[in-house]
Design a binder for this molecule. Sequence first.
Ligand SMILES: Nc1ncnc2c1ncn2[C@@H]1O[C@H](COP(=O)(O)OP(=O)(O)O)[C@@H](O)[C@H]1O
Ligand SMILES: [Mg+2]
Length: 198
Amino acid sequence: MIDLAAARVQFGRGGVLLPDPVPAHPLLDGRKEIGRGEYSIVLDNGDGERVYKIVSSPADYFLYTADDRPRGEHFPTIHADHGIIGRAASGYPLHLIEMEKLYPLAEGSPAAELALRLIEAYWSGCQQWSRLGVNMGRIALYHMSLNPLAVGDKLQDAIRALSDFVDSYQVLPDILNANNLMVRKDGTLVFSDPVFIA
Ligand SMILES: Nc1ncnc2c1ncn2[C@@H]1O[C@H](COP(=O)(O)OP(=O)(O)O)[C@@H](O)[C@H]1O
Ligand SMILES: [Mg+2]
């Protein structure tokens, strides 16, 4: 079993959280913050179905809004793009996205088992291709797209779609973090936050 926290630290991607406050905005007034990562803040919309996600990473913005973004059951459903609502200390604009509410992987669940297999395959690819530097993750994912993992046709299609997306948008895969893979209420594994920009 790989040590995910150690893997993140090795790539310089451990434990940093976006420092910015939630911008004042009518849609966000009184909403509870339920998640925060290195690039995003997630607020509950209160209906159990949708969240507001404030994204600072252009990679996330492309993934959630591009016409040619990957779709299908393993990608999040996006309900609305509410535009730019502020600017992060990093300098990037803060975009407000309304998307489906997702849930953490429950240990031992089928989705968690699938996620672990993906993460392990990705991690072993990264080790194999580490000499490629910044291209490592893209190449590791590309190889996963060429060599089916016996995770089912739809998930394999999703891996291929994600690989095509990181290639055409020149972003980097970010699936070494189990937080970036979540589930829908019905237990479907979803690539909730699978990309970043270095
Ligand atoms: N659609 C969602 N529904 C509910 N919680 C979410 C959703 N997306 C992300 N989160 C929560 O917010 C945290 C940060 O989101 P993430 O997408 O990983 O942002 P970042 O771009 O900062 O890495 C996640 O770890 C998760 O707990
Ligand atoms: Mg994340």
